[in-house]
Design a protein around this ligand. Sequence first.
Ligand code: SF4
Ligand code: SF4
Length: 98
Amino acid sequence: MKEKKAKRIVYRSEREMPLMVISVGSQTHNLTGAWRNIRPEIDLEKCLKCGICWKFCPEPAIEIVDERPVVDYDYCKGCGICAEECPAKCIVMAEERK
Ligand code: SF4
Ligand code: SF4
């Protein structure tokens, strides 16, 4: 049987994305930054200000300030979803500095 490959959808802006539930209120007591061994670093020069990283982040770890993403490392668990989804590929996952 032929293996089916999942189709990857690339969004150019968070406004193109379907509506989804974003629930971070109950997570703010949990400092998931302690789980991290790699950390996202954003090259803001290349950032498209699309907000996709903010929308995909499963923690309350990305805030949009002046249209640009800022990572709150108290909550970033280093999952790498933001880097995977960033259409500009301007987020790299770097080794955590201890
Ligand atoms: S790696 Fe990115 S998506 Fe994952 S928690 Fe940190 S900021 Fe959010
Ligand atoms: S870092 Fe990437 S995903 Fe986040 S706003 Fe900038 S271009 Fe979009």
